[in-house]
Design a protein around this ligand. Structure first.
Ligand code: TXD
Length: 313
């Protein structure tokens, strides 16, 4: 029973932070895979983190490769392969390019690590995680998407900044697709147990919800080239860690719904228990009519993107 093995498919901005966090948390040995022309880059990045072990003291190995045989038997696969947005692009603009990449990655993961817990990050997230599961045929509990943890962290951060309180004491969740139709839930948000709506006026709450929905675009505009990568990486690692350590964390993840929330056959962001069996249980919230309308609106946006996928693979 050696160390766990974590495969990172895609060694770009998010991939590099994923590798560093895996090492610092000693989650397991890391294999970072990218396309052949990037093999030197990923080998260099993995050697660089390896050489930081003298400072961090973490006993894991890190390898870079472009050969899928090197990911064989991985316990966790985290996928960022694909292109990020450029200013002016929507996440859905990436669908045409990234659906083919994810379909190919899925075939290789199916062949080399059929028992892995897979976390998809690539955008457009809700249709890319759907693509990955459709092509691999993996069980629904072993394939999920990273979006809700990030969106919720953003929502919580903006609330903590506005109220000048510790982020630790802001509890919230964001449902739905990873895009402008996502559904922050102010009604269920608390600050140290105090309902948010007792602490903040409706206009400020809406402004924070709007900033949350647009937070990815805000960063894309500021960076000018690429999209957020620290917060997405940290978010995905919280999911992988909950699986590897059987932490049973309740995290908002893109999970495959089969009747929950009245939805069947689509991935959508919902609260779920993540443990050693993967997405172990989806937790249902009693939504009010307005929240149900927003969630169904988000589902419609996801259905459109998924329809594009089904016509391609
Ligand atoms: O919350 C979320 N889910 C989103 C996801 C948050 C932020 C970013 N989001 C998306 O993640 C973003 O829109 C992209 O679709 C992915 C990855 O973002 P990143 O910033 O890491 O992009 P990079 O730096 O371009 O890295 C992508 C790497 C790059 O090194 C490519 O060479 C590689 O993917 N790539 C591949 N690797 C393996 N196999 C194939 N086919 C391949 N094609 C490209």
């Amino acid at each position: 029973m050696g160390r766990k093995k974590i495969a990172l498919i895609g060694g770009g901005q998010i991939g590099g932070i994923l590798a560093l966090l895996c090492a610092q948390k000693q989650l397991g040995d890391v294999v970072m895979l990218d396309i052949p022309k990037m093999e030197g880059t990923v080998k260099g990045k993995m050697l660089d983190i390896t050489e930081s072990r003298g400072v961090g003291g973490y006993d894991v190995t890190l390898e870079g490769t472009s050969d899928y045989a090197d990911i064989a038997g991985a316990d966790v696969v985290i996928i960022t392969a694909g292109l990020p947005r450029k200013p002016g692009m929507s996440r859905d603009d990436l669908l045409d390019i990234n659906v083919g990449i994810i379909a190919n990655v899925a075939k290789e993961v199916r062949k080399n690590c059929p028992k892995a817990f897979c976390v998809i990050i690539t955008n457009p997230l809700d249709s890319m995680v759907y693509t990955f599961r459709k092509v691999t045929g993996f069980s629904k509990n072993m394939v999920c998407g990273m979006a809700g943890v990030l969106d919720t962290s953003r929502f919580r951060s903006f609330i903590a900044m506005e109220l000048n309180v510790s982020i630790e004491d802001v509890a919230a969740t964001v449902l739905g697709g990873h895009g402008p139709t996502m559904v922050p839930l102010p009604r269920l948000t608390t600050v140290g147990g105090v309902p948010l709506m007792d602490l903040m006026d409706a206009n400020t709450i809406e402004a924070i919800s709007k900033r949350t929905r647009e937070a990815g675009t805000e960063i894309v505009k500021l960076l000018g080239n690429g999209s957020a990568f620290f917060s997405p990486a940290a978010s995905a690692i919280s999911m992988a860690e909950s699986y590897l350590k059987d932490r049973k964390r309740v995290l908002p993840v893109a999970a495959f719904l089969e009747g929950e929330y009245g939805i069947d056959g689509y991935y959508l962001g919902v609260p779920a228990i993540i443990g050693s069996s993967g997405v172990e249980k989806i937790l249902e919230i009693s939504l009010n009519d307005a929240e149900k309308t927003l969630l169904n609106n988000s589902l419609e946006a996801v259905k459109t993107a998924v329809g594009e996928v089904d016509s391609r693979i």
